[in-house]
Design a protein around this ligand. Sequence first.
Ligand code: SF4
Length: 699
Amino acid sequence: ALQEAERQVPSVCPYCGVGCQLTYHVKDNRILRVEGRDGPANHGRLCVKGRYGFDYAHHPQRLTQPLVRRADAPPKRGDFTMDPSRWQEVFRVATWEEALDLAASRLREIRDAHGPRALAGFGSAKGSNEEAYLFQKLVRTGFGSNNVDHCTRLCHASSVAALLEGIGSGAVSNPVMDVLQAELVIVIGANPTVNHPVAATWIKNAVRRGTKLVVCDPRRPDLARHAWRYLQFKPDTDVALLNAMMHVIVHEGLVDADFIAERTLDYEALRRNVEGYAPEAMAPVCGIPAETIREVARAYATSRASMILWGMGVSQHVHGTDNVRCLIALALMTGQVGRPGTGLHPLRGQNNVQGASDAGLIPMMYPDYQRVDAPDVRERFEQLWGTKLDARPGLTVVEVMDAALAGQVRGMYIMGENPAMSDPDANHAREALAALEHLVVQDIFLTETAYLADVVLPASAFPEKTGTFTNTDRTVQLGRQALTPPGDARQDLWIIQQMARRLGLDWDHAHPREVFEEMRRCMPSIAGITWERLEREHAVTYPCPEEGAPGQPVVFTDRFPTPTGRGRFVPVDVIPADERPDDEYPMVLITGRQLEHWHTGSMTRRTGVLDALEPDPVALVHPLDLERLGVAPGGIITLQSRRGEVSLYARADDSSPPGAVFVPFCYYEAAINKLTNPALDPYGKIPEFKYCAVRVRPG
Ligand code: SF4
C-alpha cells in the first residue's frame, strides 16, 4: 500500500533540460514518490528518470562530513581504481572549520605566490542559478581570474558560439512545445526519446496531428519510427548534407528574398559557397540520395512553419560550430524563424545548463553573455562587485586540464562536476587533476574527481535546496527544498560563501532570493522576474525586462539582438573529424547517454529502479560487427583507442551502421572517456566526443 505523505513539495526535475515540474511526496525526511505537475514544459508528464530517479538522495554513500586527504594517503595517481568503501585509507573526517580553512588558505597561497591565473573553478549545470552566479563571482573576484567554466563546454558550447555570432543570442528561439504548431520539424543529431523523453512525446504528438518529421542522424534514434523521412547520413558529414540542402533551396528559388533583404547580412557569400555543394556531388559523401536531399530541402523551405531541433550529435565535433552555422543559415534563408512553430532549438542537456551559462559560469562572459574583454562592460561589473576584474577571457574546461599538467594551473575548486569521468581523454584529465597542488571538491558523493581531492566538502542534493533553474525553453522555474541534507552536509550556497569569506570577500546572503535580486540588477534578460512572481506562478520565460512583462516564449519576431538587428550568414566548408579510422583503429566510437542513466552516473547509478534497469556497462555494436568478431551478444569486448582502453559487455544493436560502436559515458568501471579525443572545435572549444577511431577485440 502507498504510504501517506506528510508533505507535498512542488519542485522541478533534476535531470534534463526539458525542466519538468514535479511534486515530491515526503515523509520522515524521505521522498516516498514523485508525481508530475502541470508545468509549461511537461503538463503532468515525467519520464522514468524524473519519476523514479530520486532515491540517490538517501543513498548510504552520501557524503555527510567534510573530508581531508590523509597525510599518509597513497600518492595521487591518475590511473587510480576507486573503491568508495575504502575511503578511509585516503581521507580522514574533519570539522567544517578545519576543512574550509585548509581549502581556502591553500588556494589563497597559490594565488598569492603564482598569480590569479594559477587557480581555476568548475561550477555545475546541476546547481541553481544562484549557485552558478555566486560561484563565478567567487572565481572572478576572489581568485581574480576568469578561469571558470562548466559542462556547457562539453555539450553546446559550439551551438552557443554559432548562435551568438549569427543571431546574437545563444538561447533557443522557440520552446519545444512549438513543434505542435510546426508543419515540419527537423530533429538532427539528437535522440530525444532517450535524452529529452518528455520533449519527445510532444514531437510524437505533433506527428499524430499531421506535422512532417524529418530525422537526420547517423545512429537511428527511436524517433525515426515516427519520421516522414529518416536521413541516416554518414558520421561526420553534417556540413555536406546541410550545404546540399541549401544548394537546392537557392537553385530552386525557394529562399525568402524579403526576409534575407530586410533581416540578414552576407547572404551573397553564403550563396556563392553552396554553389559547390550540389546534392548529386554530396550524395556519395553523406550517403543520402540526391533526390531525398532535394525533397527534404523543398519541404523545409516551403512549409508554413518549419522548426529545427538539435543535440550533441551536431555540437560535439571539431566542426560543431560549422554544423550549427549551417542550421542557422537554413532558417535565415527561408525566413523560418521569428514565428510560432519555426526557429532554432538546441536541446539543452542538464536541467540548468542554460541558467548556469546565463549566470556567467563561462570563461569569456559575465552574466547575460556580456563579454569580459569589453571595457565598458567590465567597468560596470567592477562597480557592481566593488573590485578590479581581469580583462582576459579565462581557460575553458579542456584547456584548464592542459594547463594543470603544464603546471600553469595549480589549484582548483570544483563544485558538482566530475571531469575525471566527463572530460575527453579521461586518463589525461585524471593525471591533470592528480598533478594539482591543491584540489577542493564540493559534491554529494565521493566521485571519481573527489577521490583526487585534498579537501572534500559535503554538499546538498537537488531536493535539499531552494533555487531557480532555467530550462531549455528559457523558462526560469523555482525548485523548492523538500528534505534536510543528511549528517553535516550543507547547502552549496552556504559553502561557496564560506569559501568566499576566507578569500577576503564579505558575503552574507541568507537566502537564494537575495542572490537572485543581485542577478536581476546585472542581467537585463531576467530583470523583470521577481522571486515573488516565481513563488506565485512557478515559471516565467525570459526575456522579461520589466516587472509585469509576460515573458517571451518566441523571440526574434522583428529583429535579432545583434548590433545591426540583423542575422548573419556564415558560409562553411567540409572539414574532416580530427581522427579518422585507419588500418590500426578501423572503427568509429560514438559516445552519449542512455535513457536510464544520467551523465557520469553519480546519481542514477545510486538509484534503485534505474540501476536495476541498466546495471552494467554496455557497448552497442552492429550484429555484423559482432559476427565478424566472433562475439555473442552479452559477451565481453575490449575497445581501444590511441588514448586508452576499456572492457564491457557487447549488446547487438543495428541502429548504428556497421563499423560504428556506441557507448554511454556513465559507467565508472568502463569509463569510455578514457578513449575519446580531446581535439577541440576552434570556436566553441568543445571536444569531439562524437567521433574517434577505435579497434575492438573479443574479451
Ligand atoms: Fe526529468 Fe527530463 Fe525526464 Fe522531464 S524529460 S522528467 S526533465 S529527465
